[in-house]
Design a protein. Sequence first.
Length: 321
Amino acid sequence: MADRRAFVHIFFMDGVGLGGPDPTVNPFVSAAMPHLTGLLGEGWYLAGQGRITTSRASLAPTDATLNMPGRPQSATGQTAILTGRNAPRLVGEHYGPKPNPAVSAIIREGTLFAEVLAAGGRAALLTPYPERYFEAVESGKRLLSAVPLAATSAGLPLRGADDLRAGRAVSPDFTGQGWRDFLGYADAPVLTLPEAGERIAALAAGYEFSFFEHWPTDQAGHRGTLTEAVAHLEAIDAALGGLLAAWDDARGLLIITSDHGNLEEKGHRQHTRNAVPTILLGPDHAAHAAAITDLTDIAPVVRRALGLPASAFPEKSAKSA
């Protein structure tokens, strides 16, 4: 790695786009999100606001359609983030939620996880999985989604209950309460929302590249009420408050992003073609944000921040795919 003191963390929220100003449709309008609003200003979550740059952070509206018709999907969107390649164009469609053989092949050809490891760095997926998940994958009853497939294809083990207990992972619900209530782990540690954010920041500082996957945002878009979606966003902001308070701005580049829109339009239960917010905090955040227009631009930013080689697939990456 060019500078072992530098590190990058992607805080990934599935299914979060930039929406309209109607509080009966967009839960962001009603949600109290003091930490993100303090970071970026009022109305940061609205479509049409354009790029935002403050002293500490930048927001780049990010195209998730990648010049393909139809509604963006998780498998191809997440693959684009982790490879810098236009996965929907390469496979001929937006595809998801789980990778099909064509998407899986792109992932296995190389992602940021593999590139960091090849350069001698450390990488980690900080999301843990319960034992029943591993059993379902092993039996063939469940397919890996794009992010865990990217990690395992790079040779990284997925984290489990023991990692959660030892503080080496953070639950997708942040607190870990769901492991007790729904998964049967009575001894699972329970964190406050700010403590969860602090834990993510502490873990991220131990790796050149790390990734936290928060998938319940997409679930909240597909299901539940507008009121529940508002509460969910407020919980995310509280967790991010802890992360932002603990983040090392001098060394760490934090990238908060998503794969497609959904939660910002609660009038239906489908994905949207809205741009997604990519928020950057840390060294050269404004310059990095200026280079992002669509999902394929995120991986090159990570490579530049870590001094990694450019993509091995220049003819298939970004808009040229």
